[in-house]
Design a protein around this ligand. Structure first.
Ligand SMILES: [Zn+2]
Length: 75
């Protein structure tokens, strides 16, 4: 009887951990996506004229940010 009870607990635990394991990558993926979206909206300063632009608008050369090709050429 006790062995049967332990077996039932074991099965419940296995199912529980299976679902926890299964749901974890989804949660992680969602977090990564959110972080990526936030990165795109990060404001950075133009190295030349100090204008603030978002990272997805900025021109990035040698890890420096430029608001336009003109500023990039000036640098
Ligand atoms: Zn600029």
């Amino acid at each position: 009887m006790l062995i049967k009870l332990l077996l039932v607990i074991g099965v419940i635990a296995a199912v529980y951990f299976f679902f926890i394991k299964k749901s974890t990558p989804l949660t992680k993926e969602r977090h990564d996506k959110k972080r990526k979206e936030n990165d795109d909206e990060t404001m950075v300063e133009c190295t030349v004229c100090s204008t603030f632009i978002t990272t997805n608008e900025a021109i990035i050369v040698d890890k420096k940010f430029y608001c336009s090709t003109e500023c990039r050429d000036k640098a």
